[in-house]
Design a protein around this ligand. Structure first.
Ligand SMILES: NC(=O)C1=CN([C@@H]2O[C@H](COP(=O)(O)OP(=O)(O)OC[C@H]3O[C@@H](n4cnc5c(N)ncnc54)[C@H](O)[C@@H]3O)[C@@H](O)[C@H]2O)C=CC1
Ligand SMILES: O=C(O)C(=O)Cc1ccc(O)cc1
Length: 295
């Protein structure tokens, strides 16, 4: 039997991501001997007790992190500073503090100032998720075959980084290292901009006259339907992502807007070649993802 990686693993936040990590341990993947879960809402903590995927559910966040060898923040990135203020005095010397947040520059900005000496910060981001949230939404195979990006800062203890990499290996993931600035640019184009477009297109459709809107919903089994899946994502999480990856999202949005306008211009002036090129480029990217078995 594989030795558990940690003695005590504490998850702050028990939604899609926290709940999936805890369930992975339950399924025998030896993440930790004991998984302690806490969350700020009483309803969530009660539900986690009912679902039984944690060994211990703590109402008090300080008690949850005390004695933990590893603490994983699984909360929206907008509350990191506030959560860190509550846990910092109680973190065990030598403990690893890691996270799953969708932005990395802001996470380092919000966690580093209060980081106690002797606590190892190893930021991470699983590139896996769904449009569902809350304690019922997690499942143990969520991270299988998906990338996890770790963004350790210079001077991070290599042994702590290796432990976090091993945690994700045990979740079935492939691990890549990246600097936080590059991470934030990459996710801005592959994840944050697509969500922005999905939220926007649903709003645009909703603004149409009543008659047209009815037809949109009726005939949604087209491209629109794929956007509505993404647009069904959690409000708090995505508000915080956009506000905490501001520069990179705005940069990608500006580039996208320019490209979309060029597309519109080609339609207006009947430039068939330009339109064909754009479609061919899109198809090429789709096919290369299929070849890499990522589609
Ligand atoms: N949903 C997704 O597809 C993915 C999400 N992420 C990141 O993972 C993190 C968690 O996301 P999900 O699990 O999807 O969210 P979720 O909404 O399912 O769960 C969030 C949890 O955090 C708790 N929480 C919120 N504020 C808190 C506070 N101040 N103190 C203590 N607990 C608090 C909530 O009670 C809930 O248990 C976010 O930072 C998100 O950016 C990363 C990859 C994919
Ligand atoms: O459901 C989807 O399509 C996603 O894009 C999941 C996702 C959401 C946020 C992340 O930071 C990483 C992955």
């Amino acid at each position: 039997m594989t030795e558990p990686l940690f003695d005590r693993l504490c998850l702050i936040g028990a939604g899609l991501i926290g709940g999936s990590i805890a369930r992975r341990n339950r399924e025998g993947h030896a993440l930790a001997r004991e998984v302690i879960v806490t969350a700020n809402s009483q309803a969530t903590r009660d539900r986690v007790r009912e679902l039984g995927f944690a060994d211990r559910v703590e109402d008090d966040i300080a008690a949850a992190v005390r004695d933990a060898d590893c603490v994983i923040l699984c909360v929206p990135v907008g509350v990191y500073a506030q959560v860190m203020a509550k846990i910092a005095p109680h973190l065990k010397p030598g403990a690893i503090l890691t996270d799953v947040g969708s932005t990395k520059g802001s996470v380092i900005r919000d966690l580093t100032p209060l980081l106690p000496a002797g606590v190892h910060l190893v930021p991470a981001h699983p590139m896996a998720g769904t449009e569902y949230s809350g304690p019922d939404s997690g499942f143990p195979t969520l991270f299988e075959g998906r990338y996890v990006i770790v963004t350790p800062t210079e001077g991070t203890d290599p042994a702590a980084v290796e432990k976090v990499r091993e945690l994700w290996r045990r979740c079935g993931s492939m691990i890549e290292s990246m600097d936080p600035v590059t991470h934030d640019k990459v996710v801005a184009i592959v994840s944050h901009l697509p969500h922005l477009i999905a939220f926007t297109i649903c709003g645009t459709a909703d603004d149409l006259s009543e008659e047209t809107r009815e037809s949109v919903l009726k005939f949604a089994a087209s491209g629109f339907r794929d956007f509505t899946r993404i647009a069904g994502s959690d409000v708090n999480m995505w508000r915080d992502v956009f506000l905490n990856n501001r520069e990179a999202v705005l940069e990608m949005l500006a580039r996208f807007t320019e490209d979309a306008q060029a597309f519109g211009r080609a339609i207006r002036w009947g430039e068939a070649g330009f339109i064909e090129d754009r479609i061919k480029r899109g198809r090429k990217i789709r096919h290369s993802l299929i070849e890499r078995k990522q589609a």
